[in-house]
Every structure is written in C-alpha cells, then in structure tokens.
Design a protein. Structure first.
Lengths: 260, 344
C-alpha cells in the first residue's frame, strides 16, 4: 500500500478545512479528488505531501508515518506539484528538471551518471528532450506544465500528487497532460492523486474518485457509482444528468443550462 | 524558434572573459591615479621597493588599503544583495530591506552621541571622536537589526513577503530614530555621521581591510557549498520542500551569511547600498542562462564597480572628493532602470 491516510484533519484557526479524511491507494492507481472551490482538495493534497501539519490523523507512505521521514527521504518516495508553480526567471527546462534530483544528490554531492540518466529519462517521458535548452518563459502553458511534471518525474518517486495540473490550460494541453499522467500510471506503475475541476475529465481518467464538500469526504468509489449517487447535482448545485457514451467508458455529465 | 536561438547566442556571446583583464587594468589605474600628484615613475619606484618616503606613504598607506577596502566591501555588498534577492524572491531587495544599513546607522549615531562624553570631555576637539570604533559599532547595529527582523518574521511564518515587509517597517523606524537623534543634537558630530552615511572610502586604512577580511574569507569559503541552496531558494517553499530541500534551515543559513557580509561592510564604509541592488542584476544580465556564472560574476563586478566608482569620485571631485555612495547611486540609477526594463 503505497499511500494512505486515516482520520486526517486540518484546521486553519477555528475553521476545519479537512475533517477526518480517509484515503487508501493501491500501486499504480489514479485517484482524483473533486469538489467545489474551498472543499479541501488542495488542503488534502498538501497534508498528504507533508507540507501542512495535520491537526489530527496520520498519513503513511509505504506503511510508515510521513512525519517520521526527513524531507529528502520523503521526496524520494513522493513528489508533489502545487497548483500553478512559479519558476525562477531565466531557468531552462533542463535546469528545472535537474532540481528534481535534489532528493538524490543533496546539497553537496555532484550529479552521477545515474542522475544524468534520470533527468534524460524524465525529459524523454514528457516529450521535452527537444526543448531542454529552452527558457521556461518561452514555453506554452502545456509545455511548461509538462516541464514541471518532468521535474517531479526526475525525483523517481513512486507517488505523484498533483494539484489542478490542467487548470488554465486549453483543452488540447489538458488532454496532453492527462494522457501523460495515464501513461505514468499504466507503464511506470506510479501511484497518482490529483485534484481536477473538470468533472468529465476526472471521471474518465481516474480509477477511483473522491468527492469532497466543506472538508468532508462525501463519496469515495468508482465513477459509475458516483454517477448513480445523485451527489453531483446536490453538491455542485447544478442541474444535469449522466449519459452513457460507451460501455467501456465512464458516464458523461451533461449540464443543463438555465437558458434552455 | 529562430527568436530563441538568437537570444541564446546573444547570451553566449556576452564577453565574460573580458571582465577579468578590465578589472586588473582598473586596479592598476586606481593605484596610479589620485588627487596627490605622483608621476607613474614615482609610483613604480614605490611598488619596486624604492621611492621617496612621502610617495610610499601615499601609495602603501593610503591608496592601496583604500582600494583593498573598496574591493572587499564591493564583494560584500554585491554578494549580500544577490543572496537577499534570492531568498526574498524580490528583485529590489538589498541590504537596506533587512534593516541592516538603518540598524548600523542608528548604532553609529547613538555611539557618537554618547562617545563624546566617554572619550573626550573637550567639545572643541572634534577630531578626537573615536572613529576607529565605527566599523565594530556599525557591524553590531546591522547584525542586531537583521536579527530582530529575522525573529519577528520567524514568530509568524518565514514567508519572503513577510520578511521583506517586516524589514522595510523596522528599517524605517530605525532610520527615523537615527535622523531624530542627528537633528536633535546639532554639534560637530553631524559631519562624521553625514560622511559615514554617504558611504565613503575616504581614509580607509589597512585596519579596515583586516576588519573586513575574516568576513570575506568566511563568506567566500562557504559560498561554493551554498550554490545548490541558492538555486532551490529561488523556488516557492512548497515546491522546494517537495524536491526534498530543507527550506527553513537553508533560508536561515543564507540569510545569516548575507547579514554578516552586509553588516561588516556597512560598518566600514557606511551604506553603499546601491551596489547590493544593482550588481546582481548586472551579473544576471551578463550570465544570461548560464546560471553557474551569476555568483562569480556578482563577486567580480562588486569589486570592479566599487573600485571604478571610487576612482571616479576621487578624480572628478578634486580635493573635495565625491563619496563612493554618491557616485554609485548617480551612476547606478540609470543602469538599474535599463536592467529592470528587461524584467517582465
């Protein structure tokens, strides 16, 4: 069991941003977190990544409590990509991806052949080998997001947490990023937890889906069960229905707009 | 695609190798040129171990220690500026945003205010004021201010924005206190404080070089080990932490080194703050995407620009020389504006 948490709670002052959150992931699984704005998705990811100290509960990575890892040891097991990360000016794709090796090289050791190979592999897996020397500022939004994922890959962690990796991208670049995430899960057996806003993308990319509302997990299961639960209309306060597109695919949510 | 290759080539073409010989020529010029009218032959005589008593005094006891002080202080200000800009992720950061120069100013002002009574009871003997103590007092004031700001920021969260705002606020208070003290006393001490405040290398001797040198050596010995930290501190904390980087600890280490370098230099020369602001930008501009060069270039350019600025101030002002702080601000402002236009 690569990643799990139980009873995970996070309080910001008096406000409980996440309440008794449970999650268990199998190896290579893709878990998507959905929920309205402010429902605690991002808080949950930060707590899973060990970036927020929880007010209750525990996260374990490979059966060991996250709090007992040093930052470097944790980074070898788990990498986290925040929403819209900002890169320093004048940084090339390759320089960014090399930072992903920090967990392995530390402050002083120089890059070995093994590290160089990991960077090359990370660039190659994200289709960025040809853009390695490019300045990050010159890339499109999709390419830049791929560069960040590439840096996370260079970490060679078996768990990848992503906070809204497709937000602010056009649909072509959204699909590009989601395809990459699927390949990582299927080919590399990377365990993935990510928050996304687009419900239909969430349903089609995930193995299991968790729905959060006001810090509470209100659903956890496979997409078909979520479609049958009627929770989407209630939690997101929208009207619509799930339609079946193909037997092998997750049902598709069709929103009903007021003007019709 | 073509736009990029042109940009990349431009940055590779920027001639870095040329800076080193330029720096050497500049230092030679600084030794040979000055207010005291010594012919090149007389200077050469001194350098080869001959020359008149008077010429030797001017060269070895006045000019060379002054140049050496300038080089060391330039390195201190420039490297401190680079480190502070890195950890605060603020391109306009310099030693004044950590309250270092204001803290040093206040300490020097308070010291002079009381020193008259401790050291000399005769108020007419103004030049008996204990100026030899100023570097140590300034260093102490600068470090104390940096420590206060660091502790204030730490009590909440070590966010770069908070530490910047904290530094600006505390710095403003310290500065106001110093100004109030100066305005209130109205004696001959003002002249010394004003001279110190303008940032000057006038009458800096071997003692000042020896005062700075331990800090320079310690700083330069540590810097090579901080290169990876400096790269990672440029990221936001959550990103750096998820790379496995111990953000808080390294932030503290780098901040302390920056404070030590800046406060020691402020103590010796007074606040030549513009150097810390401008040199890192110049170094980044010249280095382009060649990251590894930013640190060595900052060091080199810090030394070069202070030496050049001081030489200009000595020659342009004649007997009434223009302090380096003034030269660097007047000359640096247009350069800074030009460089900042490139930042999007």
């Amino acid at each position: 069991m690569p990643l799990s948490c139980s009873g995970l709670s996070v309080a910001y002052g008096p406000r409980l941003a996440l309440n008794a959150f449970d999650l268990t992931l199998g190896k290579g699984e893709i878990r998507v977190l959905i929920g309205p704005n402010g429902s605690g998705k991002s808080t949950a990811l930060h707590a899973l990544a060990g970036l927020i100290a929880p007010s209750g509960g525990e996260v374990s990575v490979g059966g060991r409590a996250v709090a007992s890892f040093s930052r470097r040891d944790l980074a070898k097991r788990l990498s986290f990509l925040p929403q819209q990360p900002a890169a320093p000016d004048e940084m090339t794709v390759e320089q960014l991806v090399r930072q992903g090796r920090f967990a392995h090289v530390g402050l002083f050791r120089s890059y070995s052949a093994r590290d160089v190979e990991a960077v090359r592999w990370a660039l190659d897996s994200t289709g960025l080998t040809g853009l390695a020397e490019r300045n990050l500022r010159e890339l499109s939004g999709g390419e830049r997001q791929r560069a960040w994922i590439s840096a996370a890959l260079a970490q060679e962690a078996e768990i990848l947490l992503l906070d809204e990796p497709t937000s602010f991208l056009d649909i072509g670049h959204q699909v590009e990023v989601l395809d990459l995430i699927c390949r990582l899960s299927r080919e590399r057996r990377v365990t993935i937890v990510m928050a996304i806003h687009d419900l239909n993308q969430a349903m089609s990319v995930c193995d299991r889906i968790s729905l959060l509302d006001k810090g509470e997990r209100v659903f956890d299961g496979v997409p078909a069960d979520l479609a049958a639960s009627g929770l989407i209309e209630r939690i997101f306060n929208v009207r619509g229905r799930f339609v079946t597109i193909a037997d092998t695919r997750a049902p598709h949510f069709d929103v009903e707009l007021a003007r019709h | 695609m073509t736009g990029l290759t042109v940009a990349a080539r431009q940055s590779l073409d920027r001639p870095i190798w040329i800076i080193l010989p330029l720096a050497l020529i500049l230092i030679v010029l600084a030794v040979f040129l000055g207010v005291a009218d010594l012919s090149p032959a007389m200077v050469l005589d001194v350098l080869t171990g001959h020359g008149s008593e008077n010429a030797r005094l001017i060269i070895t006891d006045i000019r060379i220690p002054r140049i050496a002080t300038g080089i060391l202080a330039g390195i201190h200000f420039a490297v401190a500026g680079l480190l502070l800009q890195t950890i605060t992720r603020n391109p306009l950061a310099d030693p004044s945003i950590m309250g270092i120069s204001q803290g040093a100013t206040l300490a020097v002002t308070i010291f002079l205010f009381f020193a008259v009574y401790w050291f000399d009871s005769d108020p007419h003997k103004v030049y008996q004021l204990p100026v030899a103590w100023l570097p140590a007092v300034g260093l102490f004031g600068g470090l104390a201010a940096g420590a206060v700001i660091f502790l204030l920021a730490r009590r909440h969260d070590l966010g770069p924005l908070r530490i910047t705002l904290c530094g600006i606020a505390v710095g403003a208070v310290l500065h106001a206190l110093a100004m109030g003290l100066i305005a209130g006393w109205g004696s001959a001490r003002i002249e010394i404080v004003l001279q110190w405040l303008s940032g000057s290398l006038y009458a800096r001797s071997w003692e000042h070089v020896l005062f700075l040198l331990p800090f320079t050596v310690a700083g330069l010995l540590v810097l090579p080990f901080l290169r990876r930290s400096i790269d990672l501190l440029r990221f936001e904390a959550p990103v750096a932490l998820s790379f496995g980087f111990p953000y808080r600890a390294q932030f503290t280490v780098v901040l302390m080194i920056a404070c030590g370098l800046a406060a020691s230099a402020v103590g010796v020369t007074g606040p030549i703050i513009f150097i810390g602001l401008i040199v890192p930008h110049l170094a980044r501009f010249i280095a382009g995407s060649r990251f590894n060069l930013v640190l060595p270039l900052t060091l080199l350019l810090g030394a070069v620009i202070v030496t050049a600025g001081d030489l200009i101030g000595r020659l342009a002002g004649g007997a009434e020389e223009i302090p380096i702080g003034v030269v660097s601000a007047i000359g640096g402002a247009p350069i800074l504006l030009a460089l900042l236009r490139r930042i999007r």
